[in-house]
Design a protein around this ligand. Structure first.
Ligand SMILES: [Cu+2]
Length: 323
């Protein structure tokens, strides 16, 4: 409902029934404003990438290294621009009403009721907005969740309190075999070596509680579940060589915050050499050295889990001893 007042002045009824020259002028101005807004929105959409960069990704992390991450990033930027456009339009209407219909005397302004075009508009417009957002979200989500029959590389991600094991597999599913494996310990951060330009399938499994596999540069996390649930996701390629920190993104216990790993993206040739060295029985550190890579993680370091009188709050311990 537009107005609650039951009193409708005859002049208002007359005005609604037959809009005069003023009404036509106003409608023309509205159409112009709509055109202007549409044009501005289109311009903003065309320069979407730059807009994202200018506004720091609207809070979304930048620098994704997979095609999937770029699609999710673009969806976020487009949604923010759409929300801002709607916001600016609504704020504009509010301020316009505040100025145009401010109190000028004691006479009541025109009381409009049962304005069908307006009620139709504010029912249809939100439905349209939600439908468009839903449509693009569904498309990107389906694309990100898509798995293929024969990915180039399959890695089994095994999470446990509070570290990771990565098993390179010779096929998909539970029945495939592990051909090489990397295990993290309290002293050594596990390094997951993967090639550029290949599709990679991650099959996740937890030994105890729920963890979450997260490499910020993938712009993606997926829970690692215990029991029979084997969460699977794929990336169609890793586009940039480098070392990327990986984390557990699900509060899983005391040392959750230190459950880190490193994703090391190398060329396919180096990856093949690495895997061959691992299969030949070399340790991950030896295999990394063999392909000319840093043998230890460079993006994070192991958390010192040992507690004793020498390293547990030494300042207060000595203060206590002196008093
Ligand atoms: Cu965890």
């Amino acid at each position: 409902m537009v107005a609650r007042s039951s009193e409708v002045r005859p002049s208002a009824v007359r005005h609604n029934a037959s809009p005069g020259a003023g009404g036509r002028r106003r409608r023309g101005a509205g159409r112009l404003a709509g055109l202007g807004l549409g044009g501005a929105a289109l311009l903003v959409l065309l320069t979407g990438c730059d807009v994202g960069k200018t506004f720091g990704g609207f809070g979304w992390p930048q620098g994704g290294i997979t095609p999937e991450s770029h699609r999710m990033y673009d969806l976020w930027i487009a949604s923010c621009i759409a929300a801002l456009a709607v916001g600016v339009f609504v704020w504009g209407l509010i301020f316009w009403c505040v100025v145009r219909y401010r109190k000028r005397g004691n006479e009541l302004p025109v009381q409009t009721r049962y304005n069908m075009p307006m009620e139709f508009l504010y029912t249809i417009a939100p439905i349209l907005i939600v439908s468009v957002l839903f449509y693009y979200t569904a498309i990107v989500q389906t694309d990100v969740n898509k798995t293929t029959k024969n990915p180039d590389v399959t890695v089994e991600v095994v999470a446990f309190k509070w570290n990771w094991q990565f098993n390179y597999r010779d096929g998909q599913g539970r029945d495939a075999n592990t051909v090489a494996s990397t295990l993290g310990t309290s002293e050594v951060i596990p390094v997951l070596v993967l090639p550029t330009g290949k599709s990679i399938r991650f099959e996740e499994q937890s030994r105890d509680v729920i963890h979450s596999f997260w490499v910020p540069e993938l712009l993606f996390k997926r829970d690692v579940m215990p029991g029979n649930v084997r969460n699977v996701f794929e990336v169609s390629s890793l586009d940039q060589e480098g070392a990327y920190v990986g984390r557990c993104a699900e509060l899983c216990g005391s040392y959750h915050a230190f459950m880190n790993f490193e994703l090391r993206v190398v060329s396919p040739e180096k990856y093949d050499q690495f895997l061959a060295a691992k299969k030949a029985g070399k340790s991950t550190q030896e295999a990394l050295t063999a392909i000319g890579e840093n043998p230890y993680a460079t993006t994070t370091e192991p958390f010192k889990t040992r507690r004793n009188t020498a390293n547990f709050n030494p300042d207060s311990a000595s203060a206590g001893a002196g008093s």
